[in-house]
Design a binder for this molecule. Structure first.
Ligand SMILES: Nc1ncnc2c1ncn2[C@@H]1O[C@H](COP(=O)(O)OP(=O)(O)O)[C@@H](O)[C@H]1O
Ligand SMILES: [Mg+2]
Length: 507
């Protein structure tokens, strides 16, 4: 918070004529600007809205300036005004592409030089016409930080009866941290809810705050909190990848920082479909003891308005950062960014821009958000994505070898039956060479259905028969699989060093 107010302050004090302030929290942003405007008492603050035209800030009864409801007229009024001032325009974005609005804005920029006038365009959506791109400086107003949330918490506590005002420092910190990532209004609601539910606001209410926050994140539709109970032991094979992940179990602790270790940035897991990429990504959260957030890039796209998709992505990444350390899981990232690599411009370049924003964010992020991305098809990924240094490592997950298939069979049998001594695991494994983990599991389930319909327990032969009756993907899609292997041989690290089939393969 402090930092960005500072940034805004610097820009305003430096007399930047045109500032685009991105925020969905008008009230907070307005207050921050009001505080800055007071540094110089001669500088007055005005606010324009389409409903009221230009009104001086702070005095609720102040009359609106005459005839300033239309955007053009309002900007004209500002340009013609001689005195210093800060002029906030709320939600000008639907009009910003109109020729007269653009023209007046350009006139404003030119005319303001050397004066003490600043125009602030405040909007939740970034929409800047090309003509203005060079003149505008874009500032993102951040969500409330710990300091501001702490103040909010104080307000709540001060309204509570005396005997309920006992909150340890540790408890306070947890309550504040639990609300990080919310807007001030949302945090306010969440604290109030906790008070209403349990009649007090103490450390014990952290869970209520957290679960409310999950609801809010769910509602935004782009991020999703995943609760996943399986541990990394439910993944067969992938020994190298498991080792890599296990070694980094404590990578986000204070101890690791003090040791001088950098924070891991992210991992890209490429490979054959159905071999456990998504599975191992999800189990990593448990292994590392971090929350797991899924980012659905498909839902970021919103063609309803220019700039909407970018705003969606930015918001989602901000929320992720605010609850860091966290694992940000992007499943099948090749599908999400498929349009960004090629020359196809079918969506007006939106996927290109979204991809660009995402890369920039990955490059610049300093908060501990670990990106865990999976992909099935490498040729659909834009090459910038794969460049060294973006991810800590790129792993390639191949079809399981004999040892791995045994592990997978054992895991899935073990999930369904306590006693698996009646099964010959070695025979099962050798009967399904070329099968993925998912296909082995499907074979087992099919066998169980067959036996269940006949009202009996399933056995070894049922599984063998079920496996035999399916054709694995590796047979129907031989070319794709070997193309992927070829690519990965040069550029990715095998997730399974033992994968004998992989090494035996002729390339
Ligand atoms: N290596 C494996 N170990 C255990 N189960 C596996 C493995 N690979 C796949 N499976 C089973 O198949 C399902 C689908 O696998 P998934 O992780 O979604 O594959 P991918 O993301 O690589 O396409 C998993 O949920 C799991 O039940
Ligand atoms: Mg998957």
């Amino acid at each position: 918070m402090a930092i960005v107010v500072h940034e805004l302050e610097v820009l305003i004090e430096a007399r930047y004529p045109l500032i685009y302030l991105l925020t969905s929290e008008e009230e907070r942003a307005e207050q921050a600007i009001a505080a800055i405007s007071q540094i110089e008492p001669t500088r007055r603050l005005f606010v324009w809205t389409l409903t009221h035209g230009i009104v001086e800030y702070g005095s609720a009864r102040a009359p609106a300036q005459h005839n300033t409801v239309s955007p053009q007229a309002a900007i004209e009024w500002v340009v013609r005004r001689g005195e210093p001032g800060i002029f906030i325009f709320k939600d000008l974005h639907p009009f910003i592409d109109l020729a007269p609005v653009k023209r007046w804005l350009r006139d404003a920029v030119a005319g303001f030089k050397g004066t003490d006038k600043v125009l602030v365009l405040m909007s939740p959506i970034q929409q800047i016409p090309t003509e203005l791109e060079k003149e505008v400086v874009v500032v993102e107003f951040p969500l409330p930080g710990p300091g501001e949330l702490n103040e909010l918490l104080n307000v709540h506590l001060s309204q509570a009866p005396d005997k309920l005002r006992i909150l340890s420092d540790a408890g306070r910190e947890k309550l504040v941290k639990a609300a990080l990532g919310l807007t001030k209004d949302e945090a306010d609601k969440v604290y109030r809810k906790a008070e209403v539910v349990s009649g007090r606001l103490t450390e014990a209410e952290v869970d209520i705050v957290l679960s409310e926050k999950k609801q809010i994140i769910k509602r935004n539709g782009i991020l999703e909190y995943l609760e996943f109970d399986d541990t990394i032991d439910s993944v067969g094979g992938l020994a190298e990848l498991k080792r890599w992940l296990t070694q980094r179990s404590d990578a986000f602790t204070e101890r690791a920082r003090q040791y001088g270790l950098p924070q891991p940035k992210g991992l890209l897991i490429l490979g054959v479909p159905g071999c456990g990429k998504s599975l191992i990504a999800k189990t990593t959260a448990r292994l590392w003891g971090l929350p797991l957030l899924r980012l659905d890039i498909g839902r970021v796209y919103d063609g309803s308005m220019v700039g909407r998709s970018e705003a969606n992505l930015r918001n989602a990444l901000r929320v992720a950062e605010s609850i860091s350390p966290v694992i940000l899981f992007i499943d099948e990232v090749d599908k999400a960014f498929a349009g960004a690599g090629g020359s196809s411009d079918s969506d007006g370049g939106t996927s290109m821009r979204i991809f660009g924003s995402f890369l920039t964010w990955m490059q610049e992020k300093t908060s501990p958000v670990f990106v865990m991305a999976t992909a099935n098809r490498v040729e659909r990924l834009p090459s910038e994505f794969l460049r060294k240094g973006r991810f800590d490592e790129i792993f390639f997950v191949d079809l399981p070898g004999d040892t791995e298939r045994r592990e997978i069979a054992r895991i899935h049998l073990g999930k369904r039956r306590a006693d698996t001594s009646g099964f010959d695991i070695a025979e099962l494994s050798s009967s399904c060479e070329g099968y993925s983990g998912a296909e082995i599991e499907q074979g087992l389930v099919a066998a169980m259905y067959g036996a269940f319909a006949q009202n009996r327990e399933f056995n070894q032969f049922d599984i063998l028969a079920a496996l035999k009756s399916t054709r694995p993907l590796s047979q129907t899609m031989t070319e794709q699989v070997s193309a992927l292997r070829n690519w990965a041989k040069q550029r990715a690290r095998p997730a399974d060093s033992m994968s004998a089939d992989y090494r035996r393969m002729e390339f």
